[in-house]
Ligand binder design. Structure first.
Ligand SMILES: *[C@@H]1O[C@H](CO)[C@@H](O)[C@H](O)[C@H]1NC(C)=O
Ligand SMILES: *[C@@H]1O[C@H](CO)[C@@H](O)[C@H](O)[C@H]1NC(C)=O
Length: 331
């Protein structure tokens, strides 16, 4: 009896690690629908991930240089695939509100990953780990692991730069289209596209001698992204800053890339691009972002009224319908 209770409780302790990747989700009209979500896995503390120890739904994919990238898929696999690439400091959890939204889950197959140096992924601090091709290979590992065929790619903020990496090493036909959400198109334009208030924080964010200065700057940065985040989410944003080695922060802000592939994909008409901006964004300058992609042929620009840098948190329904309608026209 004692033995079986013990094995029952250890089986229950293991339960979150073995649940099938199907979840019942209550939609806004109170029906229950089945959606694909990833099983929960353990994230073990290693030097490569800066000691992170946690559990989360998702999987590790291995990039070409051995870096472990944490990725997660949710939604309806029969719908168009969208890979979401997060911005500075805050990892893939930035998109929680989208990945928990039944209307998004029913209309898209959504994949997100912590880019190297962020969240649950490995955080290399050598210059070799931050050359453009390595970041393109991280995306490739995610695409291969989920068998994605020509996904749409959404880059938020500095996450937009990853699309320039991808198009340096692949033809435009590798993806179906680009969604820039308050995006920095390439690393060369970073310090033009970043608003002065955000750029002013950079020295405080990469220095390693004054903890107070780092704390204040990172809190300021999250406040600039949105001034009224729900508290638990706010803490999660702050936490993703804490799990990043400052050396990785410095490398990701200093890295360079070749934008030729990106720009040719636009001027040739090969790829459609939806550029979304928040009218109240305090992190990114809209015109500077558009100036970084001159001559883009198939360009749709949408500015969301009353939207902060966290555009989809400011205007969740408008953001969702803007993206999904554009995808349905370009899928
Ligand atoms: C550390 O940074 C804080 C906030 O910017 C500043 O007030 C303080 O003087 C700094 N301390 C040192 C020792 O520089
Ligand atoms: C950038 O890539 C293009 C090809 O896409 C190549 O012709 C050019 O030489 C590259 N520029 C640099 C600086 O490597």
């Amino acid at each position: 009896m004692l033995f079986s209770l013990k094995s029952l409780s250890s089986a229950m302790a293991l339960l979150p690690l073995v649940v099938a990747n199907i979840q019942d989700i209550q939609t806004r009209d109170n029906t229950i629908e089945r959606r694909l979500v990833e099983p929960v896995i353990a994230i073990n503390p290693t030097d490569a991930n800066f000691g992170i120890s946690a559990v989360a739904p998702g999987r590790f994919v291995t990039s070409a240089d051995g870096t472990k990238i944490f990725a997660e898929a949710r939604g309806n696999p029969s719908k168009p695939a969208i890979v979401f690439i997060h911005g500075f400091g805050i990892g893939a959890m930035a998109f929680n509100e989208i990945f928990d939204d039944p209307d998004w889950l029913s209309q898209a197959y959504m994949v997100r990953y912590d880019t190297r140096g962020h969240g649950r992924s490995d955080k290399p601090t050598t210059a070799a780990a931050w050359v453009s091709q390595r970041l393109a290979e991280d995306f490739d590992a995610v695409v291969q692991s989920y068998n994605l065929n020509k996904p749409f790619v959404l880059g938020w903020s500095i996450g937009g730069t990853h699309i320039a990496d991808i198009l340096s090493f692949h033809p435009p036909s590798y993806i179906s289209g680009i969604i820039y959400d308050a995006a920095v198109p390439d690393t060369a334009s970073l310090f033009n596209v970043g608003a002065p208030g955000a750029i002013a924080l950079v020295p405080s964010l990469i220095q390693t001698t004054n903890v107070t200065q780092f704390q204040e700057a990172y809190i300021d940065f999250i406040n600039l992204c949105h001034p009224a985040l729900e508290w638990n989410f706010y803490l999660a944003c702050l936490g993703d800053g804490v799990v990043q080695p400052r050396a990785a922060t410095a490398l990701l802000l200093a890295r360079t890339q070749n934008s030729t592939g990106l720009l040719q994909a636009g001027t040739s008409g090969a790829l459609p691009l939806l550029a979304i901006f928040g009218a109240d964004d305090k992190v990114v300058i809209k015109q500077a972002s558009l100036d970084a992609i001159p001559g883009w042929q198939r360009l749709t620009v949408v500015t969301l009224p009353d939207a902060e840098h966290f555009t989809w948190i400011s205007r969740p329904v408008l953001f969702r319908t803007t993206v999904l309608q554009w995808i349905s026209q370009n899928a």
